[in-house]
Design a protein around this ligand. Structure first.
Ligand code: HEC
Length: 156
C-alpha cells in the first residue's frame, strides 16, 4: 500500500517537472515585443525618411538589424564577434549592452531614446538564449516601421 502511494507521488512529480521543462520561451510572443520597443527604432532595415522636400535612406545603426531573424543571427559587434551566441547568454553582446551601466557609451538603448529592458526582460532574454535562441516560425517583423512611438515612460 505504502509503495503504491509512493509511486503515485513519484510519477506525479516526474510528469509535472516534464511539463515545466517543456515550457520554452516563445520568441515571437515573449521576446520580440521588447526588442521592438527598445531597439528597432535604431536597428531596423533601411527605410526612406522624408523631411520637407528631402527624402533620405536611413540605415540601421552599426549595420545591425534586430527586426529580422537573419539580422539578429548575422549581426556582429565592433569586436567582429556575433552579438548573439545561442546557448551562451554571457557571451552574447546583444544582452551585455543592456546590462552595462546606463552612462556607459556602449549601453543600449541610450537613456531617454527608448525604454530600457526591465530586469525581468533581461532574465527572460538570457533564458531564451540558454535554451538555444529558437525563433519558432518567426522570420521577420512584417511592419518594422510601425508602432515605434514611445511616451517616454520606462516599463515597470
Ligand atoms: C537611439 C538609437 C539606438 C537604440 C534605441 C539602440 N541602439 Fe544599439 N546601437 C546604436 C548605435 C549608434 C550603435 C553603434 C555604436 C558605436 O559603434 O559606437 C549601436 C550598436 C549596438 C551594438 C554593437 C555593440 C558593439 O559591441 O559593437 C549592439 C549589440 C546593439 N547596439 C544592441 C542594441 C540593443 C539590444 C538595443 C535594444 C535593447 C539597442 N541596441 C538599441 C544605436 C541604438
Amino acid at each position: 500500500m505504502r509503495k503504491i502511494f509512493f509511486y503515485t507521488l513519484l510519477s506525479g512529480f516526474l510528469l509535472s517537472s516534464a511539463a515545466v521543462q517543456a515550457e520554452e520561451v516563445d520568441f515571437e510572443k515573449q521576446i520580440y515585443p521588447f526588442i521592438k520597443s527598445s531597439c528597432v527604432t535604431c536597428h531596423r532595415p533601411p527605410y526612406e525618411e522624408t523631411r520637407g522636400t528631402r527624402t533620405r535612406t536611413k540605415k540601421p545603426k552599426a549595420g545591425i538589424i534586430l527586426a529580422t531573424k537573419e539580422g539578429i543571427l548575422s549581426a556582429e559587434g565592433e569586436s567582429g564577434q556575433k552579438i548573439l551566441v545561442p546557448g551562451d547568454p554571457d557571451k552574447s553582446r546583444m544582452l551585455e549592452v543592456t546590462r552595462l551601466p546606463l552612462d556607459d557609451e556602449m549601453h543600449f538603448p541610450p537613456e531617454g531614446k527608448a525604454p530600457q529592458w526591465t530586469a525581468a526582460e533581461k532574465e527572460l532574454f538570457a533564458k531564451w538564449i540558454k535554451e538555444g535562441a529558437k525563433f519558432g516560425s518567426w522570420e521577420a517583423d512584417p511592419a518594422p516601421n510601425e508602432g515605434l512611438e514611445w511616451d517616454g515612460k520606462e516599463r515597470e
